[in-house]
Design a protein around this ligand. Structure first.
Ligand SMILES: [Zn+2]
Length: 118
């Protein structure tokens, strides 16, 4: 994986994460209080684990799942494993990552999983 691309994706992921938290803060008073209680330097520093413990009811699981995916992707960038499918280890094509920066599975594994979950 090229360094520039990974860097770009890391920035994109951090931005999306801050955006989701920002939106939740705007739309949810309870969430706002919790985030303010955490006093993060940056919205992107808010960890979904903390949110998870305190906020699962107020936030709803859909946005929380997205936050978790984004955090996993950022972790994988730090581990140097970003862009490799978590299941089969193959490279995920850049255009897929550009469309979904937090994609952790290649298209084949993803559609196999979706079939199973149906
Ligand atoms: Zn795969």
């Amino acid at each position: 994986m090229e360094k520039n691309f990974t860097k770009k994706m890391e920035q994109a992921l951090t931005a999306v994460k801050a955006e989701i938290i920002d939106k939740l803060v705007e739309s949810n008073k309870d969430f706002k209080e919790i985030v303010e209680g955490m006093a993060p330097k940056d919205l992107a520093d808010v960890a979904s684990d903390d949110i998870d413990r305190k906020m699962i009811e107020a936030v709803g699981s859909k946005e929380l799942n997205r936050l978790k995916l984004i955090e996993s992707a950022i972790t994988r960038i730090k581990q140097g494993k970003y862009g490799l499918c978590m299941k089969c280890g193959k490279r995920i094509p850049n255009d897929r990552l550009e469309a979904i920066p937090y994609a952790l599975l290649c298209i084949q594994c993803k559609s196999a999983e979706e079939r199973r979950n149906r």
